[in-house]
Design a binder for this molecule. Sequence first.
Ligand SMILES: Cc1ncc(COP(=O)(O)O)c(C=O)c1O
Length: 426
Amino acid sequence: MDQHFKDGSDFATFLDNNDPLGHFRQRFYLKKNTIYMCGNSLGLASKDAEATILRAMQKWKEEGVKIWNVEDNKYHLYSAELAKLMAELVGVDPDEIAVSASTTVNIHQAVSTFYKPTQDRYKILVDNINFPTDRYAIDSQVRLKGYEPNDAVKIVKCRGKLMEEDDIIEAMTSDVALILLPTVYYRSAQILNMEKITEAAKSRSIIIGWDLSHAAGSIEVNLKSLDIDFGVWCTYKYLNGGPGATSALYINRKHFTTLPGLAGWAGNKPKTQFQLLQDFDHQQSASGWLIGTPHVLSTAGLEGSLKMFNEAGMSNLRRKSLHITAYLMFLVDTKLAQYGFTIGNPRDDEKRGGHVCLEHDEGYRISIALKARGVVPDFRDPNVIRLTPTALYTSYEEVYKMVEILLDIVKNETYKNVSLIRNLVV
Ligand SMILES: Cc1ncc(COP(=O)(O)O)c(C=O)c1O
């Protein structure tokens, strides 16, 4: 895509008129006078997601317990059904994905499966700028095995704003048993070089798992060619599955015969599940890592949403995302930099995810002032306003308008009227 951007609303309109994905926008619930920039946190509701949620509700109303049998046991096997829709987006086989639980629970599931510490190799390698739930899960997993996190959890420290991949590789010493890292950092949008890091881990026989929460539906990944051991991601951000929508767990098929750390009857082979035998008959696919009854109502939105992703195509979505975020960065550079704004994310296409990380010393108050003007961003300490123009539903005109609003807020210093007392959810 041409990246010779110009200032002015006419140019934004021109970009919208030439956007091959622009028509998807009509399928979302967009509010008049609101510019939604928070798809990195919770994706917007679409008519497609609503339809599949209502359909599940209708089946429950009509069928009661027989909902499990309708349409060839679709809802009973809902995880496998959705895995078929998700597989291509992350480049794996459908039977390598389980759609279940939350990301944090899936981390517990994967780590309890693959973390097999020995006297010489008992450490888990993490970094110090990942979303903290991953760390909480890892700390509790090592405690469960009788270790202390300050000994068994090895933390790679970020030296500046961005993580150095070589620091991670250097930390892969012979006492490391397992690694968990994010593909895209939630604050800076930095993409780690999964290939280089995974290769290094494999050559040292270290199990490696990735948290793709800010990658799935946002950037292109091919987990199969990377040959990672496991992956987890949420579906309520870029994948627009709905608030608290069911998450995903990827298990590399080479591990299918390994028993899950946390077994439950949903991971039993479907053929024998209802025989209710006392011995676990492990389904040898990612479905074997399911624990309990499918969360139909929190999964159903994902069905409609994923179909839309497949219709649009992940490479087209990434192309637009790179283009619209580049446009936003162009406007920040040309119009906002003089007011103390900087771009905190890497600029290189290979290195940045789906959001723009706008930094300002007064970031918190500016983010609140933006909300008062109908823009929905989010804020992450100490100074980051995260802005996500999403490929499926954000227009170039909205990006342009938002920058104009930001300009007005800083020129007139209206953010100075905002209280510094914070809300619970920011
Ligand atoms: C990298 C990462 N992992 C996990 C989560 C949250 O996981 P859960 O689905 O358990 O709430 C987030 C939420 O923002 C995240 O950014």
